[in-house]
Design a protein around this ligand. Structure first.
Ligand code: ATP
Ligand code: MN
Length: 186
């Protein structure tokens, strides 16, 4: 387990996911990447030049509206660093300027990540939904395993897995992947 990505909107549930990822990364000596996708409204997005992947606060010709979201993210990252369970934890901060979760696969590939850990819910949604729309998108589109965390788990020690299958031969590949994954996290 070399690299773990945690997409976060800095919500309570996303922090539950982060806490689990921290435990996994400690155990397996993995690199931890905390990724935030700026939730910039479309009308603001239209003004931003589409050439840059990351909004740079030092770029003078960037519109101030985008800067606001960037600053907000940086403030939230500061809060994240000061969470009790983040004490002494090294992680890489990544900020992407558009809220396109289908692209998370590309991001994961770019960082050669082995696992995505994210919350079942976020800051904006209705708690009654089974999972939030962004998590659903990632689960649908990701080529690497996605772990969805619902509750705080201060002692995350997975000892067994359930593999759900319809026994179709097409599931063999998934079974192989599941086997690989269990080996990776012992
Ligand atoms: P909604 O579908 O209305 O947004 P929600 O906010 O409850 O509902 P999601 O947005 O899917 O649900 O949030 C679930 C998880 O997705 C969060 O716990 C977090 O891990 C991740 N996430 C949500 N928004 C972002 C974001 N802007 N950047 C990175 N990760 C995010
Ligand atoms: Mn949300």
């Amino acid at each position: 387990m070399k690299t773990i990505i945690v997409p976060t909107d800095f919500s309570e549930t996303a922090n539950y996911a982060l806490e689990v990822a921290v435990q996994l990364s400690r155990k397996h000596n993995s690199k931890l990447i905390v990724l935030h996708l700026l939730e910039i409204p479309n009308h603001v997005m239209d003004e931003i030049s589409s050439t840059n992947d990351v909004v740079n606060p030092n770029t003078p010709n960037e519109p101030p509206a985008a800067l606001f979201y960037m600053k907000l993210a940086q403030k939230n990252f500061e809060k994240t660093r000061s969470l009790d369970f983040m004490n002494g934890v090294e992680f890489e901060e990544a900020i992407q300027n558009h809220l396109d979760f289908k692209e998370i696969g590309t991001t994961a590939q770019k960082h050669q990540a082995n696992l995505i850990v994210m919350g079942s819910h976020g800051a904006t949604g209705i708690k009654e939904f089974f999972v939030g729309s962004n998590t659903e998108k990632v689960v649908r589109h990701s080529q690497i395993p996605v772990m969805v965390i619902k509750n705080r788990m201060q002692h995350f020690i997975p000892t067994s897995f359930a593999f759900a299958t319809d026994l179709d031969v097409a599931s063999a590949l998934a079974l192989q992947e599941a086997k690989n994954f269990t080996a990776q996290i012992n």
